[in-house]
Design a protein around this ligand. Structure first.
Ligand SMILES: [Zn+2]
Length: 183
């Protein structure tokens, strides 16, 4: 019988908030994970991730401290593979069958289709129970994600997107996306 529940990568952004809401509203168990990798926006991201869990009445995110992953201003080589590997380890230990990420198709190497195909294949093949990695919003663009977030009733003030600072810089791609979408 397939195992139910998931370990979900929660950054406090709109993408991972949508993934969280989809699981909670479907009545499935979620174990949220938050990674501290010395990102400049750490304190606000963590506060929003905690607020989202409280809003959806689930346990607080489990915080995973990592060494700093940044390299040359906001480049985080292999970040998503590190996150998925640790989440798969946790999914195995907590006896849930899935890892869920809010990765969407974009210009970064570790958000490409090739990356998720290989990362999902590795995880399914090299865990004893075949931990499944799901990327439910991979093919959605930001406007579609925002529409979904509104439909799911996610309060945007409980999410945070800036990738440069703990208060919105207004200039990074994530801040610009939010401004364009008026959220
Ligand atoms: Zn910003």
């Amino acid at each position: 019988m397939p195992k139910s529940g998931s370990v979900l990568l929660l950054s406090g952004g709109i993408d991972s908030a949508v993934c969280l809401a989809l699981e909670v509203k479907a009545g499935r168990r979620v174990i949220p994970l938050f990674f501290d990798y010395a990102q400049p926006q750490l304190t606000t991201e963590l506060a929003r991730a905690e607020a989202l869990c409280e809003y959806f009445c689930i346990e607080s995110p489990r915080q995973i401290p990592l060494p700093p992953l940044g390299h040359n201003n906001f480049d985080y080589p292999m970040r998503n593979l590190i996150f998925i590997s640790l989440a798969a380890n946790m999914a195995f230990r907590y006896d849930v069958g899935k890892v869920i990420t809010g990765i969407r198709d974009s210009i970064y190497l570790d958000t490409s289709y090739l990356f998720i195909h290989i990362a999902s294949g590795l995880t399914a093949t090299f865990t004893n129970d075949g931990i499944e990695v799901r990327h439910p919003i991979f093919w959605l663009d930001k406007q579609q994600v925002i529409r979904k977030a509104k439909h799911l009733g996610i309060p945007f003030d409980l999410t945070y997107s800036c990738i440069r600072a703990s208060s919105p810089c207004g200039e990074c791609p994530s801040c610009k996306e939010r401004k364009k979408a008026n959220v």
